[in-house]
Design a protein around this ligand. Sequence first.
Ligand code: ATP
Length: 221
Amino acid sequence: MPRENHQEFAVIGLGRFGTNLAIALEEHGHTVMAIDLNSRLVQNVVDMVTHAATLDSTDENALQAIDISAFDTVIVAIGNDFEANILTTTTLKNMGVRRVICKAQTSRQCDILTRLGADRVIQPEQNSALRLAEELSTPDIIERFNLGGHYSVAEIILPACLAWQTLAQTDIQNKHHITIMLINRGDEVHIAPKADIVLQEEDLLIVFGQNQHITHFTRLS
Ligand code: ATP
């Protein structure tokens, strides 16, 4: 991995999420320190990450001893013991760790951790449930890149009813509130397609817009 992309991560809490994250980051070429109270869980990953330590992350001295503030990002993957999650997060921020990412189990926990200074809070179970629901509800979207908020860039097949019209005739931007960024047609790629291009059946479109508008657009027939 190019040096400029290399980062140093510490992952605190080696449940299923923390363990998978630590191993995946290491596989991406980063330096990872895996931490847990439970030495058995630390032993499980010791051969798969650069550093591993058994310690209580609510203990500032223990974190100081491993020079935690030298890490670019620390991920707090403690789920059930919310008090330990809060104490760890506030200690890390007080110690000057630049980026602290926390795992929460509920939106209320999300709010609390954000107010306590977490730079980012994620709810993995909720996020993947929402993503799956969205994917199952919009089978015509081939690929979607969520931009956060309500916006996405998505790859979709041109709705058949719009074929054999120029882009100007379809008036997609005004009528459907989405922007066509690219048309992929076999070997041809039209970036920022012009108004006079004739749309064809089976054209693959890369579009940008609000999720609800993209979903509505794919359902045109
Ligand atoms: P998952 O769903 O990812 O399996 P979880 O959300 O149920 O995990 P927990 O099992 O509650 O999360 O916590 C993850 C890990 O965090 C546990 O292995 C636990 O030992 C560790 N942990 C809890 N408190 C501390 C602490 N103070 N210091 C270090 N590790 C801790």
